[in-house]
Write a protein that binds this ligand. Structure first.
Ligand code: NG6
Ligand code: CA
Length: 518
């Protein structure tokens, strides 16, 4: 009896203790979730190492990107994995080298989805970790099943099938048709009475192209880009219809910022992941009127200014929402620079002393450093100590690093080329980056480079390399099949030292072949 009384007396205490411990557990969970920062990856398009002022540009000023760098880690050995868009984006999202995937080269206007549903991606792993996930901006990774995008129906699979909760996209790049937004699975504002047709043949004589109506263009083409005209600019590929869905090039950046700010504000109380895929500074370079003519570098410089403005706007939103200290921001580029990429926009004529690739040789389309060594900055106010890092990190490493940051396990067969360089990204002292990195130009072309410490081996499958000298018209320069450079003494890759160091070249050649074949 006394026992029973005691236990009855103890009951409220037990219940209270249970409630208290449940509350604590709950608080712990909440704390854990709060510890996980929001993540914004801002990926610029075709932005070179030397194109922003914190990386040495003097002909142009990029105050917002510079501020990001001064508040975070500025990498001097930051890379994207390829020197063209689609393979870098593929690798960034999947943590896998693009040469391992099928059809990972520059995607055409009607290209099907390249990343298959079920693949682990940066988005899917953050989705699993409880993040709200969005991609806003340029996609260029294909949409739809094997037949390609059903522009008037459901665009599936796409980002939503690989981990994004929502998307607001330009389907490819803006030099490719069509100029419409895709929101989730549909073309936005499409009038069913005026269906959108995208194809590879001239649709009708009354549909102007850059060849038939060249005089009417507001920006002339120089190579390619002479098919359907929209907004006074002829593009790659043909299309008709979908007029109510079409946008103006000049409004793209504003749209990305507006959509992003909305997403950030809607999700400010939960962890979110935003992939802000800018179109700047890809061709056609047609920034908003308020940026046109504002730099000495012509439209290419004006687009850099517009990109910098976007960065500033996003950071302002984080401040306004009071979440700047809860947000890890990564700024990067998808490949190195190119001046004339098919339109007469004055980029070469106005370049002056500006070196878009900084001290490096080559740019977009090339495996010289300028093709893949690009601005890379991380900022997490209050957590990251501002610094400059010489460690080697790559956009392909975001998958493993974000998995580590959010406590996600990666399946063994996924994200296999992604290294966990989280400590480097967070600017921790003594953190070590990658000891090697494969660079490629496009899809599965067979042209690669392997950086291993101070050494870099180029391996070409053809006799010429593209865009070695960025300040000239795109040219193909003769190259030897194998070249070795000593980045420590020759960061600009001017002198092939393969004859002096045959053993090192052999070691790197074998290592490269092993990675490619593994
Ligand atoms: C090339 C285009 C170039 C650009 C590039 C893709 C021609 C002659 N050149 O084929 O203008 O669109 O593809 O750029 O059409 S990327 O940054 O999206 O990879
Ligand atoms: Ca690009």
């Amino acid at each position: 009896k006394p026992m029973r009384l005691m236990s009855l007396n103890a009951l409220p205490i037990v219940v209270t203790m249970a409630i208290v411990s449940l509350l604590c557990l709950n608080q712990q969970l909440v704390a854990q979730t709060n510890d996980r920062p929001n993540i914004i990856v801002i990926m610029a398009d075709d932005l070179g190492y030397g194109d922003v002022s914190c990386y040495g540009a003097t002909a142009i000023s990029t105050p917002n990107i510079d501020k990001l760098a001064s508040e975070g880690v500025q990498f001097t050995n930051g890379y994207c994995s390829a020197s063209t868009c689609t393979p870098t984006r593929y690798s960034f999202l999947t943590g896998t080298y693009a040469f391992r995937g099928k059809n990972t080269g520059i995607a055409p206007p009607n290209g099907p989805a390249i990343i298959q549903p079920g693949t682990t991606t940066v988005a899917s792993l953050l989705d699993d970790a409880g993040y709200a996930t969005a991609v806003i901006g340029k996609w260029h990774l294909g949409l739809g099943g094997e037949q390609g995008p059903d522009w008037n129906g459901e665009l599936n699979p796409g980002p939503l099938e690989i981990g994004f909760d929502t998307c607001f996209l330009l389907p490819t790049t803006n030099d490719r048709v069509p100029q419409v937004y895709v929101k989730d699975h549909r073309v936005l504002n499409l009038d069913p009475e005026d269906p959108l047709w995208v194809g590879d043949k001239i649709p009708s004589p009354d549909h102007p192209t850059g060849i038939t109506h060249r005089d009417s263009l507001k920006m002339d083409w120089t190579h390619g880009h002479n098919s359907t005209i929209h907004n006074g600019i002829s593009r790659i590929g043909f299309y008709t219809g979908g007029h109510s869905a079409r946008f103006r090039d000049e409004d793209l950046a504003d749209k990305w910022v507006e959509q992003s700010n909305q997403f950030i504000s809607n999700h400010k109380d939960e962890p979110f992941f935003l992939f802000f895929a800018a179109h700047d500074i890809h061709v056609p370079r047609m920034p908003h009127e308020r940026f046109q003519g504002k730099t000495s570098l012509g439209l290419r410089g004006d687009c850099i200014m517009e990109l910098d403005w976007c960065v500033g706007e996003l950071m302002k939103t984080l401040d306004e929402q009071g979440i700047a200290e809860k947000t890890l921001v990564v700024f990067c580029s998808d490949n190195g620079p190119v001046l004339d990429d098919g339109y007469a926009d004055g980029a070469i004529e106005k370049v002056g002393d500006h070196r878009a690739g900084g001290p490096f040789t080559g740019g977009k389309y090339s495996v010289y450093e300028g093709g893949t060594r690009t601005p890379l900055i991380t900022r997490w106010l209050g957590t990251i100590k501002p610094s400059v890092s010489d460690e080697v990190v790559c956009t392909i490493d975001m998958a493993s690093s974000f998995a580590a940051l959010t406590g996600q396990e990666l399946p063994d067969d996924q994200c296999r080329d992604s290294f966990n360089v989280l400590d480097c990204l967070l600017g921790k002292a003594d953190a070590e980056g990658r000891d090697h990195l494969v660079q490629q130009d496009n899809g599965n072309t067979g042209t690669y480079a392997l950086r291993s410490g101070r050494w870099k081996l180029h391996r070409y499958d053809r006799k010429r390399a593209r865009n070695v000298v960025v300040e000239q018209l795109l040219e193909n320069t003769p190259v030897d099949r194998l070249q070795l450079f000593d980045l420590e003494n020759d960061p600009s890759e001017t002198t092939n030292v393969i004859d002096q160091y045959p053993d090192i070249a052999k070691r790197l050649e074998t290592k490269l072949a092993t990675i490619i074949e593994s």
